[in-house]
Write a protein of this length. Sequence first.
Lengths: 414, 415, 163
Amino acid sequence: MGHTLIEKIIMKNTGLDTVSPGQIVTVNVDRVMIHDIFIPFVAEKFKEMGFTRVWDPDKICLIYDHMVPTSAVEDVRHFQIGDAFAAEQRLTHVHRTDGICHQLMPEMGYARPGQVVFGTDSHTTTYGAVGCFSSGIGYTEMAAILGTGELWVRVPETIRIEIDGELPGNVSAKDVILTILGDLRADGATYKALEFGGSAVEKMSVASRLTMSNMSVECGAKCALVAPDEKTAAFSGVPMAEIAWLKPDPDAHYERVIHYSAAGLKPVCACPSQVDNIHPAAELVGTKLDEVFIGSCTNGRLEDLAAAAGQLEGKTVAPGLRLIVTPASRSIYIEAVKAGYIETLVKAGAIVTQPGCGLCCGRAGGILADGETVLATNNRNFLGRMGPSSVKIYLASPAVAAASAAAGEIVLPE
Amino acid sequence: MGMTIAEKIVARAAGLPEVRAGEIHTVALDKLLSNDGTTHLTIDMYHKLKNPRIADPGKIVFVVDHNIPAENPKTAAVHKKMRDFAREHGIDMLEGKGVCHQVMVENYVEPGQLIFGADSHTCSYGALGAFGTGVGCTDMLYAIVTGGSWVMVPETLRFNLHGKLREGVYPRDLMLTIIGDIGANGANYKCMEFAGDGAHGLSVNDRFVLCNLAVEAGAKTGIVEPDEKVREYVESRGRKAENLFVSDPDAKFLKVYDYDLDKIEPVVACPHFVDNITPLKDLPKVEIDEAFLGSCNNGRIDELRVAAEILKDHKVKDGIRFIVSPASNEVYLQALEEGIIETLLKAGAMVMNANCSVCWGSCQGVIGENEVLVSTGTRNFKGRAGHKTSKVYLANAAVVTASAVAGYITGPEAL
Amino acid sequence: MAQFTGKVWLLGDDIDTDIIIPTEYLALPSVDDMKKYAFSPLRPELAGQIAPGDIIVAGKNFGCGSSREQAPEIIKHLGVACVIAKSYARIFFRNAINNGLLLIESDLHDHVQEGDTITVAPGEQIEAGGEVYPISPLPQNLLDILEAGGLVRAMQKRNGLIS
């Protein structure tokens, strides 16, 4: 019988002839990502476990993003511990001010098609967009990987999601994944793999696919894969011939196959305070906003900034509303400068910040006051994530966000 | 007997033909500035008044620049309080547009005005021949309610500047040298007046650098004798330049200093006082963790150009955080147009939104235990930029940028 | 594992990691500094009320959200004997086992009140209000980690630091 994409990656990695869902296997880790919040804990556990050398310095990426720029003196302690660990273990892939880990991992080619990658962050699922088995783990497991280069995983069941047809002009990958989350619910894919396919996914840019895979963890998924194509090969800088094996078998067994007609999808928002609390944006029109945030590993890429600039060209942000734009990486910021998006956004009244996690991780970047409402393009709207518990967080696409920033309330993009 | 610039401005504000240093007068204020450092306290006091009223909301400007974007619920609440108050009373509120003194000079200040700001660096407005001075929030509240206040007319220290700064030497070096010479309290309560061909040779931006740091010598204000450059700057922005006051030939100065600009050399203010000045060439090797280019003192297009010129051929050293925060969105957009932002980003700098950043030291780049910062900010007091064990050195934009490349404090010629 | 008895604290569905420990407290120096903020967005007083040996009973998808391992660590440090939820998010599940925090999957949430006293026999059953609710045992590889006292100790054994 045939295999799904995740099964084939695990088989190739382990050398097993076949695997089936529920089986527990040990994988050889191709790359790991550790970010600034957790490096002190990883370093401590690593030593506590009795390890002295990491299994392979070249396979380790250390990325500072949650605390960049620092907003408290204690933040620097994380850099100091990270720098010391990097020096001691001779790590070379260290990024201190270059952007969000989940953007840099695929952008810099650290996470590639067919690889097995783990990160100390739940949104590590992002790299599935380039056909990589990537998943989030805790710092204790990361410490164990640093010492051993291995991790046990349970082979997940796969849910196949087929999206066919043409997306309407004002509907983006963000709307697609939010719609899916609303249907699957927050625990609908727990322990499972998602596999995206269909003509609409084939037409999507790699950036859009990254948005879809990124948010898949919000329905509990272990990973969320898209079979690589020519676009992936170009993005990841690998020859197509090398990654042609990365596709599910025609007779693969899926736990479920869910079909969507792209033409029927609409702009949607996740309403406070669950990511699966999805409503059509049209039903929320008129909801007053105090702040709009465009950024994060979900929607801080060039096409997102382009969409925002497109909505705000020649317009200004509504009086009294803050629009905060945080590019996902240094290179995206540079490209957006060159393309003129940044100029458009700043002229419209946006506050453009240094690339990093910014407001999404709730440590800085535009925290809200009691009773305020924010519309954001990131991945989570949990209670208390961006300020006091009374803050209401809506999640939407960059186009909805930017159009709403100009209106001062939720509106549909043009 | 003649009057100084400061005396002329106070006389105008008091509606008197003549005032003298040492006198106390009731004055009408032209503008009032308050930022997110303290406005919430002023608003709280305002609400405790029996009959709260505002003399003229049109004179008041609120600026959010110290903690923007907000980094915690506390600062978010401060901003909200300002926003609600400004909306209720029809007060101009600039949020995230830049550092307060920069946006004031860009948008509000006119020559000859008397301006109170709830921030010590309000003395910057002397760049346009205005008298700006910092006050606490009680004084600010009184001014908001009455539209006026009292001032003691300051004595004036006159600085006659001659000639031109050499290449690689900046107005910041000149002002730090002066502060080193007269000391951190050398101009207490006084006005530092700058004149002479050397002063008139400076651009408005350069004059801003001098006046801004006047408070670091204890001065009540700093004023550069205004001229046609000031008129041009102000009128090009649709404002009036009616009162270009200059000191009379027989005005009384407490003391007159002469500085030959071509003798000034790059200097560094060492921890933990602004008057702890060492010539750059005499500074032992000081390794740094962070470099900061920005602030109301040194975050204008001129300084960003200096940084970009260096960084077009060099990269920020691995492990060094080089923070650049343009002083305003106007500066940012200009830098964008000139390709400077791109150059800085490509070289590895962190480009921030326009804000006070680490000069304020409560967010956006604060430094940690035992860390060393070289900065174009205004102050190097103990703990100013973060942890109490950290150290701050102040230097010019070229030195700060070159240090970010080298990893230790140095001038660009060493790269 | 021996059977134990404890008092129930009842929570709902989708208790996410930002509720268990908000991001702003993650940079505090230790888990003990953080634990007083546990569950603070939802029930600020709860962390102070939980006593060692108490049991958290919740609905579905407990621990959804981020990979922050402080979430299970803090629950462990509060002295919670075990968490009984309808289901768990996967990273939280792995993190809990790796920190030696016992998780039990059960729909007990629909059958008990806050403050009830229940008795748990791991791998076998829960007794609550006179009713018995069977529970299934964990897979052997996870039991090995739990029985070693968490993944750190399991690795210490591997590396010969302890026997």
